[in-house]
Write a protein that binds this ligand. Sequence first.
Ligand SMILES: O=C(O)CCC(=O)C(=O)O
Ligand SMILES: [Fe+2]
Length: 218
Amino acid sequence: MTMDTIIKEQTIFDHIGNKIKTEDREIDIIARLAEPLIVVLGNVLSDEECDELIKLSKDRMQRSKLGVTREVNEIRTSDSMFFQENESEFITIIEKRISSIMNIPIEHGDGLQILRYTPGQQYKSHFDYFSSTSSAAKNNRISTLIMYLNDVEQGGETFFPKLNFSVSPKKGMGVYFEYFYNDPSLNELTLHGGAPVIAGEKWIATQWMRRQKLRTPY
Ligand SMILES: O=C(O)CCC(=O)C(=O)O
Ligand SMILES: [Fe+2]
């Protein structure tokens, strides 16, 4: 091996080619950035599934609270709610699909979160993993899948400021990224946020995965 040999770090996401075949759906791999791995996905959810997720969460939305202290904070101005794990057959179907895409058992997941942004609302740049000083870092997050539940008239991109990269929301599509690298500088490149919505509403579902299980299997 020469000094300038570049060895890519192992990734959690192991899908090759342009499709992910899950038990009940074929997901399209539309674009990927290699390191840190960011994958843009199409056909993650059907229009009907997007509508159903919005409908089920609509009456349960609360002003978003952040992190372990659950404080209302200006960093994230959206409204949000969590589904209980295995809350319904419908949620279980979605969770199984997410687990296949993310290549992690669903027991490692925080409950599926729904976020709603109205014009002016945003989620400023942040990391999805907890800082090493936080007690939650003992079983830290390692990967994220964001799914877009509607088309946003204007604004609301998911942006990665250190990579000069952004993804525009499109109903049924998603963006996956992971931050389980040995090299901390790679994890730090996954800094990201939700740009302010300019017109219309933005609805997303986010799944975060942890290094270890958080719950017992169904
Ligand atoms: O709204 C977005 O596009 C980003 C959401 C996000 O960063 C998260 O849910 O962790
Ligand atoms: Fe995030």
